[in-house]
Design a protein around this ligand. Structure first.
Ligand code: 13P
Ligand code: SF4
Length: 314
């Protein structure tokens, strides 16, 4: 803790000197969320990035999030403490493979629009009609994709299947998944529900149907916060999402008790990509002015898809 305090103080100093705003996703360690100027889910962070006035943004999250911040506020210098912080969903959808699949659908006379989860590369976004997050996906599918089109939903099959169910719109699903949400232990979840009969279960829509089927509430991370805030009395919540989310939930609503669902192979199901960002790397990126997100040719097209999908809500 003394070391954490020292580095945190150093980061606060450097932040002022450099003119930086720190944005952090709810899946970052508590000590990083504590330091951040703004915490949020993917949608809130993307929208907040457009409002940043300081010359530098330090994005504590994964690569696709930092790229999104750069595309939506191109004049800013966007730093990502560890450039290797990727995402299994991004990896599951190579752009050339998607382009070939879209071509095949077109050749077969299918009339479709591509709706892409924000957890994707900029090249994939550039091949898309819409980009969605857990926070606006239902709205976009219901209100922005014209009814005459079929929907090709990429890359998260579980979010896609869930959206199909709640909106009634049939979809062609890509077979990607999140390595964290895919491995929650249903057996442990059922055991926990038995041990805490009054508890409510929250699950992220990146979870497979066999987990979502046992949830009282399905929603992204921002929606989870709103949901638990709606409970005035102290309540126990069993939470099926990345466990750092519990730090934020506990902080917002200390009256409640939050229990993380373990993974099949691990007691604590953390995202290894998010975990690559550390206090030391945040300090170093402020000191060095790198690693920086540089403009890529595919950003030109992807930024328009992002802007019309995320900044003009229906
Ligand atoms: P949200 O916080 O937008 O729900 O996203 C979850 C996630 O897995 C981000 O990588
Ligand atoms: Fe990707 Fe899953 Fe990690 Fe989010 S939690 S960054 S979806 S691997």
């Amino acid at each position: 803790p003394a070391v954490v305090e020292d580095i945190s103080a150093e980061i606060r100093d450097l932040k002022k000197k450099v003119g930086a705003t720190i944005l952090a996703h709810y899946y970052q360690e508590g000590e990083i969320q504590e330091l951040a100027d703004i915490t949020g889910d993917s949608l809130k962070l993307a929208r907040e990035a457009t409002k940043v006035e300081s010359p530098v943004i330090v994005f504590c999250g994964v690569l696709f999030m930092a790229e999104t911040a750069k595309m939506l506020n191109p004049k800013k210098k966007v730093l990502l403490p560890d450039p290797k912080a990727g995402c299994s969903l991004v990896d599951s959808c190579p752009p050339d493979k998607l382009a070939r699949y879209q071509e095949m659908l077109r050749e077969n006379g299918r009339k479709f629009q591509t709706v892409t989860y924000i957890n994707s590369s900029a090249k994939v976004k550039a091949l898309s009609d819409w980009v969605v997050t857990s926070g606006n996906a239902e709205d976009v599918v219901r209100n922005m994709v014209p009814a005459e089109y079929e929907i090709l939903f990429v890359p998260d099959q579980h979010l896609g299947r869930y959206l199909q169910e709640v909106t009634g719109r049939p979809m062609i699903l890509w077979n990607g998944s999140c390595m964290v949400h895919e491995i929650f232990s249903v057996q442990d979840l059922l055991k926990m529900k038995k041990q805490h009969p009054g508890a409510k279960t929250l699950a992220h829509p990146e979870c497979p149907a066999n987990v979502l089927g046992h949830a009282d509430y399905v929603g992204g991370t921002e929606a989870m916060i709103k949901y638990v805030e709606g409970y005035a009395e102290p309540t126990t919540f069993i939470v099926a999402t990345e466990p750092n989310m519990l730090w934020q939930l506990e902080r917002r609503t200390p009256r409640h008790t939050f229990l993380p669902v373990p993974g099949i192979t691990c007691a604590c199901n953390k995202c290894p990509h998010m975990a690559l960002n550390t206090l030391e790397k945040i300090r170093d990126c402020l000191l060095n002015g790198s690693p920086e997100i540089t403009w890529q040719p595919e950003f030109d097209k992807a930024k328009d898809v992002l802007a019309r999908s995320l900044l003009n809500p229906p």
